[in-house]
Write a protein that binds this ligand. Sequence first.
Ligand SMILES: Cc1cc2nc3c(=O)[nH]c(=O)nc-3n(C[C@H](O)[C@H](O)[C@H](O)COP(=O)(O)OP(=O)(O)OC[C@H]3O[C@@H](n4cnc5c(N)ncnc54)[C@H](O)[C@@H]3O)c2cc1C
Length: 397
Amino acid sequence: MSKNVIVVGAGASGLMAAIKAAEYGGRVTILEQNGLPGRKLLVTGNGRCNLTNTNQSRECYHCSNSFFPLPAIAAFGQQETVQFFSKLGIYTVNRGGYLYPHSGQASQVLGVLTMEAKARGVKIRCNTGVKAVTRMNPGQHKVLPEGGYAVRVEGYTYYCDALILANGSPASSVEGACDSGYALAKSLGHTIIRPEPALVPLVTREKYPWHGVRTEGKVTLYVENTSVAESEGELQLTSYGISGIPVFQVSREAARALGDGQSVTACLDFFPDFDPESFERLMDARQTNCPYKSERELFVGIFPDKLIDVLMTQKNPRKAAKNLRLTVTGTGGFEKAQVCSGGVLTDEVDPFTMQSWKSRNLFFSGEILDVDGICGGYNLQWAWSSGAIAGRHAAEG
Ligand SMILES: Cc1cc2nc3c(=O)[nH]c(=O)nc-3n(C[C@H](O)[C@H](O)[C@H](O)COP(=O)(O)OP(=O)(O)OC[C@H]3O[C@@H](n4cnc5c(N)ncnc54)[C@H](O)[C@@H]3O)c2cc1C
């Protein structure tokens, strides 16, 4: 008998889970609270959808159990993802390891997923928010003798053999981003690791008039004066603090430490290719070449004007260029975050099937779990990998 599978959430991982569950013989219904599926998918990669990355290593995925993401990534990884999407019609283009659809349109990634789901007989019920889920005891429901789940929506109850929670997280201001999945998981006995914003700008105590500056640099993050993370790339300097990909990469540690009441400092190095001594020598050589230049004028040609103005307000501008210390007081919050760290505790989930250890025939996929990737296509890869595994095992049982 084919299994009746319900997926909560028609995001990236829910759509993948539904397609795979149908491929493995399930009769699948997705319940989605929004009027349309895949709202968050549409905004990924600035609307271009960085759907995976050719460089995969365990450091690209964060989880309180660092082993947990590996089996799913091994079973359905970057290559399987590219093959899967290629079969659906998405020709991918490689930009330095970052893979995008050739069309540059996230909407087409969503389009092929919904087409495939429908072609496989998946029913997508929109405007159908799930309010509660209950585990049925064996024999409690005449059509589901093995037990299963009752899924409560406004004015109606669905029943299923297997349930996949793919509710996502509260990150972003995209419609549908919410924490309702955590409540559903908790009601079935699961533990939630406190969700915190990740891949998010940082707010600093120091406010400098450098808004709009984009410059290469390195950020090193200190928690209680111990270095915990660093990243290099294009920094964006803003009226409230700092942003850009390197800041996103270290932001999860900042958010969690701030949430724990710890002190957080970000040190910016605006010339990371040179160590401090070489930088001093470079500046001295520039002074020798042009003895008529002021200290400020020596920076011209290296740093943007607005940054030079800020450096010149520091006691030792040269030192500040290599190590400008900023006190981090907050983050942009869930609204400005691309993902969440934290979520369903992975010790309570089988990493090979995504099935709950607490409640049989309950599965999880995507960001609802305590797994978050670094910037660069890894969060969608996690959605595809965990969705594919959960869908298959939910249908197979
Ligand atoms: C601006 C932005 C850009 C990003 N760019 C990239 C990128 O380029 N590459 C990358 O790898 N990652 C990117 N991400 C991250 C990526 O989008 C997410 O990690 C991914 O979408 C998570 O997929 P998901 O299926 O777990 O959750 P979601 O895509 O959030 O889907 C969850 C779905 O569940 C629904 N739902 C929630 N609760 C209920 C309920 N109770 N009942 C019914 N439905 C419910 C929601 O409405 C939603 O549709 C980006 C994120 C943002 C915000």
